[in-house]
Design a protein around this ligand. Structure first.
Ligand code: PLP
Length: 364
């Protein structure tokens, strides 16, 4: 098998003659596919909600990168995560990391409650806490590592060891690390989720999500769910993601080397209290007052005050207002999201220009 850098570019089907040897995989911008006679469909494609060649190629590429048996491409990261939470039945119990993207907490608290399963939050960095909270009806452990925005890391192989003892699924949101830095399935996870909106597509121009499955049993169930509920990714977006993926390896190297320079600069400042960094291009930090945080957001010029992350452009986010307003205040404070916390997605600009922009905004 080729190395990951090569598979980002060529997928698994280098020079496929079915595509007239085109270098770039074609966009099959069609809703439907013709059948020759009833029951005779030589390509296997029927209708693009269910499957489409451009989406299939992207899904195969993602499966290759994540070491998955199968992957489903969704219209957003939240659509993929919603599909995951559709998997469970009334009476089930799911353990979730206590520090999650705010949209996932909103999904659990405001949408999933009607499904009458129990969701409990636990600090997944504490393996003993996980084991203590597993019950006879626990079906899954779901977490981000590193977490958004506090960058806390969970040890996937240790969680997987406990989960297999109790026959519990392990689902990991790998958005921040990407398959370039980490393969949760190789570490023992059963399901990997992505907001592909972020590093996977990489250019702040596409919203998409992925659910990667270790086994056919899991992917059969999720394929039935995605075909039925219908939030699959359109062909043009699939093509944009395929194009973005080609540079994943070089982008991730540069995102992280830029981030390390900025982390070192932040750590030297008296007006920065803590810096949280776990690899990739994401940094969170506390400044010494809420007024300081607001002033920085107002005065950055090259870096943009915006939600989202993982793209070529550097974005500075205020989690308390933008990504986590729907997380109950006590939960937010417990995990450390307050009005002094800023989250920086370090883009691919020259690090000296980024530091210059921060320096000016900090020193107003
Ligand atoms: C870690 C993480 N997972 C999932 C999501 C949701 O993805 P999307 O915005 O593509 O729906 C986000 C969004 O910011 C995220 O940061």
């Amino acid at each position: 098998m080729y190395s990951i850098e090569t598979r980002c570019i060529h997928g698994e089907k280098h020079n496929n003659p079915d595509q007239n040897y085109s270098i770039s995989f074609p966009i099959y911008q069609t809703a439907s596919f013709s059948h020759l006679t009833p029951g005779h469909n030589p390509t296997g494609f029927d209708y693009s909600r269910e499957s489409n060649p451009t989406r299939r190629y992207l899904e195969e590429t993602m499966s290759s990168l994540e070491g998955a048996n199968d992957t489903i491409a969704y219209a957003s990261g939240m659509a993929a995560i919603s599909a995951f939470f559709e998997y469970f039945s009334p009476g089930d119990h799911i353990l979730c990391g206590e520090d999650l993207y705010g949209g996932v907490v909103r999904l659990i608290e405001l949408v999933c409650k009607k499904n009458r399963y129990e969701v409990e939050y636990v600090d997944t960095t504490d393996i003993n806490a996980i084991e203590k909270n597993i019950k006879s009806n626990t079906k899954a452990i779901y977490f981000e590592t590193p977490t958004n925005p506090m960058m806390k890391e969970t040890n996937i192989p240790e969680v997987a060891k406990i989960a297999s003892k109790y026959n519990v699924l392990v689902a990991v949101d790998n958005t921040f690390m990407t398959p370039y830095f980490r393969n949760p399935i190789k570490d023992g996870a059963d399901i990997v989720l992505h907001s592909g909106t972020k590093y996977i597509s990489g250019h702040n121009d596409t919203v998409c999500g992925f659910l990667c499955c270790k086994t056919k049993e899991l992917s059969d169930r999720f394929r039935l769910l995605s075909k039925t509920t219908g939030a699959t990714l359109g062909p043009f977006e699939c093509w944009l993601v395929l194009r973005g993926l080609k540079t994943l390896a070089v982008r991730m190297d540069r995102h992280s080397s830029n981030a390390r320079e900025i982390k070192a600069w932040l750590e030297k400042r008296d007006d920065v209290d803590n810096v949280f960094y776990a690899g990739s291009g994401m940094i969170s930090f506390y400044v010494n007052s809420a007024d300081k945080a607001l002033s920085i957001l107002k005065n950055i010029k090259l870096i943009t005050f915006a939600e989202s992350l993982g793209g070529t452009e550097s974005l500075l986010t205020y989690p308390v207002v933008q990504t986590h307003p729907d997380v109950p205040v006590e939960q937010r404070e417990k995990i450390g999201i307050n009005d002094r916390l800023l989250r920086l997605s370090v883009g691919l600009e020259a690090p000296s220009d980024l530091i210059d922009d921060l320096e000016k905004a900090f020193n107003v």
